[in-house]
Design a protein around this ligand. Structure first.
Ligand SMILES: [Zn+2]
Ligand SMILES: [Zn+2]
Length: 389
């Protein structure tokens, strides 16, 4: 009887969450413009009596569910922004906002964490501590985590957990690992400054295109010759621009690219080598190279203890748990992990086109299971922290 009742409650919750998911999916908003999304989240949380903290955030919010207020504090975080992508899934609940799409599954993340909040709210009095629930804006542009942290709301958080949808994992599977799960993502720009001249008289100038070609080739030796063979790193020139016609040797060449690393020391080494190689090669041709470096989020860094507990709770809740290998995409959850321990977890959402593709999709069957998982994880982390105190 009790089981039947529980099953019905869960079915109702699943239906409710799928309806909410479709609503989020239909109304995607770009980074720092998540006004409607934030309003909807506020309404949904307030309707079930979940307290929203009063913070100076233009978009996004932090809610709190507190059992034993003298107990430990844990945070679970999701992101809420969408991408400037025109959706092509053909789903009946396809995006209504022209040129905008939840193509990274952040609508799924929000729904899952909202579902976890509902479940935690039902068990509020039994909680061994406080759960802070972060609906973070602007993950795609990489500054949302900093905005949340600047409010000081996480100063008492002892462990933080986050999730990402993963089309490479089937529904019913989660994956995590100790150490980095995603990479530090940095961007660079490089100007090669030569001397322009008539194409018939290259000897009168310094051809920046020839210099740029040498630089691009030489940069590829950084990973193969300067990084330990057991470490990982990636250097890609992804954009080159120079000249505008066939009979002029231009003044300069512009190069742009990205560097992905997992270790702090490798992250420091690569820009130094890019500078040395590009300036050295340019000088050898009589040209000049100017490097500009734009740091992005660092690599995520899962604490062994919490990655293990996340896997254990996964098994207890019926997930198949996989040991993930890191990938070189970025995730601004890493900013939290610079300040506090925690774990980032990949959640299987079934086969789909890649993240950020106009046909990216998630299987709604993953929603309820994930919501139950994150509510249980928060509870278990509180218990583990309580034991440590
Ligand atoms: Zn993304
Ligand atoms: Zn994402």
């Amino acid at each position: 009887m009790e089981n039947e009742r529980l099953l019905k409650v869960m079915q109702r919750l699943e239906e409710e969450l799928i309806t909410v998911y479709r609503k989020f999916h239909q109304l995607p908003e770009l980074s720092n413009e998540e006004f409607q999304t934030t309003k909807t989240l506020r309404e949904l949380l307030t309707a079930v009596g979940i307290r929203i903290l009063d913070l100076p955030l233009a978009t996004g919010l932090v809610a709190e569910i507190a059992g034993d207020t003298k107990g430990p504090v844990v945070a679970i975080r999701c992101d809420i922004d969408a991408l400037p992508v025109q959706e092509e899934t053909g789903l009946p609940y396809q995006s209504l906002n022209q040129g905008k799409m939840h193509a990274c599954g952040h609508d799924f993340h929000m729904t899952v964490i909202l579902g976890a909040a509902y479940l935690l709210r039902q068990r509020e009095r039994a909680l061994a501590g406080t759960v802070k629930i972060i609906f973070q804006p602007a993950e795609e542009t990489g500054h949302g985590a900093e905005a949340i942290m600047q409010t000081g709301v996480l100063s008492d958080v002892q462990a933080i957990f986050g999730l990402h949808s993963q089309p490479h994992l089937p529904v019913g599977t989660i994956g995590t690992c100790t150490g980095p799960l995603t990479a530090a993502v940095d961007r660079f720009e490089l100007d090669i400054i030569g001397v322009g001249t008539h194409a018939a008289e290259p000897d009168k100038g310094i051809d920046p295109i020839v210099v740029a070609a040498h630089v691009v080739t030489a940069l590829q030796t950084i990973v193969s010759r300067n990084i330990n063979a057991f470490d990982q790193g990636l250097v890609s020139v992804t954009h080159i621009k120079s000249g505008n016609t066939w009979n002029v040797i231009p003044q300069s060449a512009f190069l742009e690219g990205t560097v992905r690393t997992l270790k702090a020391e490798t992250r420091k080494l690569i820009p130094a080598k890019i500078k040395q190689i590009s300036e050295g090669i340019a000088a050898s041709f009589g040209a000049r190279a100017e490097l500009r470096w734009y740091p992005g989020p660092p690599a995520t860094n899962n604490t062994a203890k919490w990655a293990k507990l996340a896997a254990q709770v996964g098994e207890e809740t019926g997930y198949e748990v996989r040991e993930e290998i890191p990938w070189l995409g970025g995730e601004d959850f890493a900013y939290y992990q610079e300040k506090m321990p925690g774990a980032f977890i990949n959640v299987g959402t079934g086969q789909s086109y890649a993240h950020h593709h106009p046909k990216f999709s998630i299987d709604e069957a993953a929603i309820l299971h994930s919501a139950r998982y994150f509510s249980r994880l928060a509870e278990q982390v509180l218990l583990a922290l309580e034991k440590d105190i």
